[in-house]
Ligand binder design. Structure first.
Ligand code: CO
Length: 170
């Protein structure tokens, strides 16, 4: 009987310990989920923030960007290099679906007067930043209303072969 009492007390003790631990865990979970629900709501109001960078090696740090359809995208291009924009200029240009990228880039490379956005073909540009030199950045906003894959590139002369990628709207 004594042994049984001891066992009962022990079992009770363990049960209480588990309950206690369980409660504590539950509290933590509640706190976390509260924080999690706050953030997406904020992001929804402010839009989806995307950062992409270009460097002195003539490379973007991303060749794929995913964005939600119908939501405002706030995209920042950063030039993380040191070189001047006259020799290592970078911009980020998003093209409409069905645009011939090579033809567009060839046209754009000659458009020095209009920051490498060509008069002939600018109707294919959904959004673009300005051309940046080392240390500079530019932020633009746009909304993609149709799901699909869109080409992006840097239109600085001879850069698009290495500096291009896909924006996926889904
Ligand atoms: Co470039």
């Amino acid at each position: 009987m004594k042994k049984l009492n001891y066992l009962l007390a022990f079992t009770l003790g363990v049960t209480m310990l588990i309950s206690c631990g369980g409660d504590k865990k539950k509290d933590n979970t509640t706190t976390t989920s509260e924080t999690q629900t706050e953030n997406p709501a904020k992001e929804e109001n402010q839009g989806v923030k995307i950062t992409i960078s270009g460097d002195d090696q003539m490379k973007f740090n991303k060749n794929e960007i995913r964005v939600p359809v119908g939501e405002k995208v706030i995209l920042t291009l950063k030039h993380t290099g040191k070189m001047d924009k006259s020799v290592m200029g970078h911009n980020w240009v998003l093209l409409a679906q069905g645009t011939d990228m090579t033809a567009f880039a060839t046209e754009a490379a000659q458009a020095t007067a209009t920051d490498y956005i060509p008069e002939n073909g600018k109707e294919n540009v959904i959004a673009h930043t300005k051309v940046l030199g080392g240390g500079e950045s530019d932020t633009i906003e746009f909304t993609i209303t149709e799901a699909g894959a869109y080409d992006f590139l840097c239109t600085f002369p001879a850069h698009f072969a290495l500096m291009q990628g896909k924006l996926i709207a889904e």
